[in-house]
Design a protein around this ligand. Structure first.
Ligand SMILES: Nc1ncnc2c1ncn2[C@@H]1O[C@H](COP(=O)(O)OP(=O)(O)OP(=O)(O)O)[C@@H](O)[C@H]1O
Length: 268
């Protein structure tokens, strides 16, 4: 059984029109895909293709007009509130904007510990130990727990967001442009961390991005969305690179070295 199965999802947002009936235009049309345990699906596509909307539908934040989202075999939108609550702890998210994802008045311990307080109340000592352990897992220091968001760099703060996302040992994380706002070096460090977490904890990811290089690095399977439809899906990222589909060709072209000398293969 797939960990996540999205089946024929169609969705649109209401457009408010004065003196007329609200009209919905489709942002997602008949989208179906699956993610297996321990698998990362890289979801590519141009701006406005519907990637984040699909992410929200999968997270249970945007009820689709049509179709189903099965997580661990349970229909996310038909499940009883208590079952949905249980599913939520197994399904976490990390967004692009690491600063707006945290409350600036909370310190790292409060940010990372928040899901623990909600789902896994521990003694004060155990709570602190768990937060310190999570900080170490994401490559920060235990003593960082008393620091506030403004005292961290963007990359460090994204590590805090990742620590919060893994606090409840979820099965899957939706990474919505999670490395896109970071510089190249920090991006590659965070990608390496995400790869390690995936291996060590058997995590599955939906990795939403514009960046084929980042998607290729972390993903097992790759897909491309175009105007709300899943235009390409390939379970093997190596095969994906050889596909003749125009969107794939464009993405592959964008991976070529930018310097003309490197592009022509001449190193002189
Ligand atoms: N809350 C909303 N209300 C109305 N329209 C929305 C809303 N959120 C997104 N849209 C519209 O839905 C379409 C798809 O947006 P979405 O953010 O899902 O695309 P995307 O592929 O993630 O784009 P990007 O890569 O730029 O984030 C866009 O036309 C967008 O304007």
């Amino acid at each position: 059984m797939s960990l996540l199965h999205v089946s024929h999802v169609t969705h649109g947002y209401s457009a408010f029109r004065l003196f007329r009936r609200a009209k919905r235009s489709n942002v997602l049309t008949d989208v179906s895909l699956s993610i297996e345990p321990g698998q990362c699906l890289g979801l590519l596509g141009t701006s406005g293709a519907g990637k984040s909307t699909l992410g929200k539908v999968i997270l249970g934040l945007e009820k689709p007009q049509q179709g189903q989202v099965l997580f661990q075999g349970v229909d996310l939108y038909a499940a009883h509130a208590s079952d949905r609550n249980k599913l939520r702890r197994d399904l976490q998210v990390v967004f692009q904007d690491c600063y707006s994802s945290v409350n600036p008045r909370m310190n790292a311990e409060q940010i990372i510990g928040e899901p623990l307080l909600n789902y896994e109340p521990l003694s004060k000592q155990e709570h602190i130990r768990r937060v310190e352990e999570l900080l170490e897992i994401v490559g920060l220091h235990p003593e960082d727990r008393s620091k506030y968001p403004h005292q961290f760099s963007g990359g460090q703060l994204q590590r805090i967001n990742i620590a919060r996302a893994i606090a409840l040992k979820p099965k899957m994380i939706v990474l919505d442009e999670a490395v896109s706002s970071l510089d190249m070096v920090t991006q590659s460090d965070i990608l390496a961390l995400l790869c390690d977490l995936k291996t060590n904890f058997g995590l599955s990811y939906l990795f939403i991005t514009h960046d084929i290089k980042a998607a290729y690095h972390i993903s097992d399977a790759l897909a491309v969305m175009e105007q709300g439809k899943l235009a390409v899906y390939c379970a093997d990222k190596e095969q994906f690179m050889g596909l003749q589909h125009p969107s794939v060709q464009k993405l592959v072209q964008s991976m070529l070295p930018e310097h003309p000398r490197l592009r022509s293969g001449r190193e002189t």
